[in-house]
Ligand binder design. Sequence first.
Ligand code: SAH
Length: 455
Amino acid sequence: MDIKKNQIYRMNIDDIGEAGEGIGKIDGYTLFVKDALIGDEIEVKVIKTKKSYGYGRLLKIIEPSPFRVTPRCEYARVCGGCQIQHLNYEQQLKYKEDKVRNLLERVGKLKNFTMLPILGMKDPYYYRNKAQFPVGMSKDGRVITGFYAKRTHSIIDIEHCYIQAPVNEVLTGIIKMWMQETGVPPYDEEKHEGLVRHLLTRVGKRTGEIMVCLVINGKKLPAGDDLVRRLKAVTGMTSICYNVNMAKGNVILGDRVVNLYGPGYITDYIGEVKFQISPLSFYQVNPEQTEILYGKVLEFAELDKDKVVWDLYCGIGTISLFLAKKLKFVYGVEIVPQAIADAKVNMEINEIENASFFVGKAEEVLPGLYEREEAYADVIVVDPPRKGCDEELLGCMVRMRPERIVYVSCNPGTLARDLRYLEEHGFKVEKVQCIDMFGMSVHVETVVKLERKAR
Ligand code: SAH
């Protein structure tokens, strides 16, 4: 069948895209349909066609998906934060596990590996410890904070977010009131004018400590004392600061942080290990599931007191320090200098001595140390950002011949690509464990255990 623009068809939706859109096939031709859900049978009008895929508009749901639920949040459809709140949680988990398995088989060409059942959350709401709210002005001149509408930069004024820590509602309320009353202006992205761009908050889920950081388009924050006075009234308020970002564009944070109140960081625990977290450092957003994730890393690494481990992309040293008591020595590598400064402090406050940290790109630091000093590893742990590992790094890991590799990934596409490389170069994928760290979104975290093949 030839699929034509402006024609109307019937189709079944059997997949979910990156923005939560429905995906299905008409006679082998793939169509992306906004607002359609996995399991729906729909009537669709084709609005745009390309060679191998096209886009359709949902006209009518003929048979609704049995997995549809009413989202708790009234903004779920428009907000870019949650893509699949209208899909029941059990099916969200199934979808994520299927997605990972398919990518590993299709892109990774992997066979004969054990896929463990995905580990979901006890309660998939209010789980995030970090929020980044854009700040702006409504048409009638009110200060608003909330989230960007899907695929746009227009801000929807949202007070209650069902996946954030509830205290955020209090914090955004205080910031808005402070801006209204002191006349500190929000930033206007189009004109590159005004001051307050984003509000960044972090909450230590175990400690209750709160950090507030305003990202501003300026070097100085006016009425800072007044802001501190208001925010200090919130129970748990530990650290207040601002971050200078005067650049145009989408990057949220600038390099410079100015402290207004408190020690400049908050603390939190994962398992028994205590962490200091600065505003610019990466820290997993779902602490409860993070403990489960790191527990899996520990299990897959099969450590004992003789093992030397490298933890690449280590952030503030969370995985390194979580593992440290179970091994001989751990080395961490991370690109953000502030995160490594935190990692070193974290080592001290936990009285851990068998760890050492390096600042730099993993794909430069590790090959450098391997060539010059014959750096050695029994086990290598990697936890790269979405773009995955550099081939330079994978090559070096292969040359180092560790017994095993534990790969932690937030992007199954690049994970599949990298696992294929490692399988072609002497390693075998044994176990794959998906963990849901990001309920209501399409994202999924995966931990993989690879063993070196006997030669
Ligand atoms: N393992 C840590 C952090 C994982 S996030 C944790 O669980 O908390 C990925 C980290 O990789 C970030 O801290 C980021 O700053 C860092 N990073 C990004 N590119 C890098 C590179 N080329 N080399 C080393 N670290 C990098």
